[in-house]
Design a protein. Structure first.
Length: 243
């Protein structure tokens, strides 16, 4: 775990200019979309224009899935295949590879949602003051399932085709280590983004979102390196000379 975190920090430092150039465009779009949707929600609360809210939600989810996929695939390819594997300013076109990546992202989200259903039902029967504990407990099975299947994302980004059985097998005995690695970034992000309280204005809200995406990029790098480590550990080692 520590080795992968160190390698992730080193990789981000070494490739900082390549990552910045390849990701800044799509990340800025995502941050602007977040702020715009936040403003729409505030308007809905005041004016009760729920039709506008539903339309904005659909557009927001579509753009988030589109540009979020481009960010992740670009980052995975830069880390695993090198900067020559993507255009100079990152991916801005859509292929079957991105479609498969988005499909696996949806599958992972479905698995996580199934894992939290029992806790959601349990919240109905639990006093309000204890429901936060249920939310925390729900993160454990959801995060664990994500960790076991998340390697499908970098493998798809580099053009490989695998299934859930492969992901489950290759992450065997490393599930909780991956869980700790991949849940660390969201925890850090929730702390970092509080540096710029959103109630101070639209610009601070934008900076907060931008910081969140920077942390998300580091998490993608961690996942890329975890995938590389697991793949290397599965590669048969050549026999020693003289055996």
């Amino acid at each position: 775990m520590i080795a992968i975190l160190r390698e992730a920090i080193r990789a981000v430092a070494e490739k900082r200019f390549v990552l910045f150039r390849g990701l800044i465009g799509t990340i800025l779009v995502l941050a602007v979309c977040d702020v715009a949707f936040s403003l729409v929600v505030r308007h809905v609360v005041k004016a009760s224009t729920w039709g506008l809210f539903l339309l904005s939600l659909v557009v927001y989810m579509f753009l988030g899935a589109l540009f979020g996929t481009l960010v992740a695939v670009t980052c995975h390819r830069i880390i695993l295949l090198g900067e020559s594997s993507v255009p100079k300013y990152g991916l801005h076109s859509w292929t079957s590879r991105e479609t498969r990546f988005l499909g696996w992202s949806a599958v992972l989200a479905f698995f996580m949602s199934i894992a939290v259903v029992p806790f959601g039902i349990g919240a109905i029967f639990v006093p309000k003051e204890y429901r936060n504990y249920l939310v925390f407990l729900a993160l454990l099975p959801a995060g664990y399932l994500f960790a076991r299947f998340a390697v499908l994302l970098p493998s798809t980004a580099v053009g490989e085709r695998h299934n859930t059985d492969w992901a489950w097998n290759i992450t065997a005995n490393n599930g909780w280590r991956l869980f700790a690695l991949l849940m660390l970034a969201p925890a850090v992000s929730s702390v970092v983004t509080k540096v710029f309280p959103t109630e101070l204005g639209t610009f601070t809200d934008f900076l907060s979102r931008l910081l969140g995406y920077v942390v998300m990029t580091i998490e993608i790098v961690v996942l890329s390196l975890s995938f590389r480590f697991l793949m290397a550990s599965q590669t048969p080692q050549p026999p020693a000379e003289g055996t």
